[in-house]
Write a protein that binds this ligand. Structure first.
Ligand code: HPA
Ligand code: ZN
Length: 335
């Protein structure tokens, strides 16, 4: 199974580029940008990773990205993720970035997006990894700030496929951003939002995503299984869910393998993703392999999870079909 998973063509639809910042890179960037760190070795940084819920993770995540300052820093960050993706046979991805986490520190939007874009072009050319970028708004910042950033990104409209919503979900419901997402829809962006695991008011948040924001997919969304009407609407609308097994383990002490199997059985388009792989110490193959082990998943189930990702990806029909054909060829030929 491990070999089968490693060789399988995959799409990753839920990965925060800032969540791919490796401890060694934090040190290299700190040195180049003359920034003092609280830690003296990359090992000490990893030892300080003590996540048990979303806020405890976010605190460390935002502190570390302070080393990202110049265009080349964002370029390197994205290049390193694409190299990991290529090594894991991720052939297509839709990474998130969090511009407000950088503009709030005085980094220009242009610096961030041109660095990431250059890495995307190089990855497509040199690694055969195709990607489309998703811009996330930080839900613990104001709706006005989100709207400003939506306007800020319009000169780069062609470089961004969709918008998302992440960061601290507590008391920051989708409805807070109704006008921002309505405007984003008018501008032609695809829409997604985090509905993180076991958050306060999570069922209401998922309901608002469906009926008020009318999202094109949901990030996480595992708690939808606790409400029959949410399940029915997600299935009827063919909405995808980007589930992150190893990330979930920090919150619920399991890879949510039973929940993922239930989603497949109910016809919900669940997918496997890494979320913040440098922090959770698990990239795509690790997520798939550990999930298959915990849930004793069959090959058919693993292939279905990968197929779901291509099916819900924001790709034109011909590209989607080409990837699905590649996956089918692989699953039929693999001994
Ligand atoms: N949830 C919310 N915000 C985030 C996450 C996440 O999984 N990763 C990075 N920012
Ligand atoms: Zn996430």
């Amino acid at each position: 199974m491990k070999e089968f998973i490693e060789g399988m063509p995959k799409a990753e639809l839920h990965v925060h580029l800032e969540g791919t910042l490796e401890p060694e890179h934090i040190f290299a960037l700190a040195q180049r940008n003359s920034i003092e760190l609280e830690y003296s070795t990359p090992e000490e940084v990893v030892a300080a990773y003590d996540f048990h819920d979303l806020p405890s993770f976010l605190k460390i995540y935002y502190a570390a990205m302070n080393v990202l300052r110049e265009e080349v820093d964002f370029y390197e960050l994205a290049c390193q993720y694409f190299e990991k993706a290529a090594a894991d046979n991720v052939v297509y991805c839709e990474p998130f970035f969090d511009p407000q986490a950088h503009t709030s520190r005085g980094v220009d939007f242009k610096t961030i997006i041109t660095g990431i874009r250059r890495a995307q072009e190089d990855a497509a050319k040199n690694l055969g990894v195709e990607s489309n970028l998703i811009m996330c708004f930080l839900r613990d910042m104001s709706a006005e700030s989100a709207m400003e950033h939506l306007e800020m990104c319009l000169p780069y409209r062609e470089w961004i496929i969709g918008v998302g919503l992440d960061s601290d979900e507590k008391d920051n419901p989708p409805s807070k951003f109704e006008a921002v997402f309505a405007r984003a829809r008018e501008e032609g962006f695809r829409l997604t939002m985090h509905c993180d695991v076991n958050q306060k008011d999570i069922h209401e948040h998922i309901r608002e995503c469906l009926d008020l924001i009318k999202v094109d997919r949901i990030d996480h969304g595992v708690n939808s299984l606790e409400d029959e009407s949410l399940i029915r609407d997600i299935v009827d609308r063919g909405l995808g869910l980007t589930v992150c097994p190893v990330s979930n383990r920090f919150v619920v002490q399991s890879l949510t393998s039973e929940e993922i199997r239930t989603m497949l059985n109910k016809g919900m388009k669940a997918t496997v993703n890494s979320d913040d792989p440098a922090y959770f110490r698990a990239y795509m193959n690790d997520n798939f392999i550990e999930l298959a082990e915990e849930g004793n998943f069959s090959r058919d189930e693993i292939v279905q999870l990968s197929r779901n990702a291509f099916e819900i990806a924001w790709l034109p029909a011909d590209r989607r079909q080409a990837y699905i054909n590649e996956l089918e060829r692989y699953s039929q030929s693999a001994g």
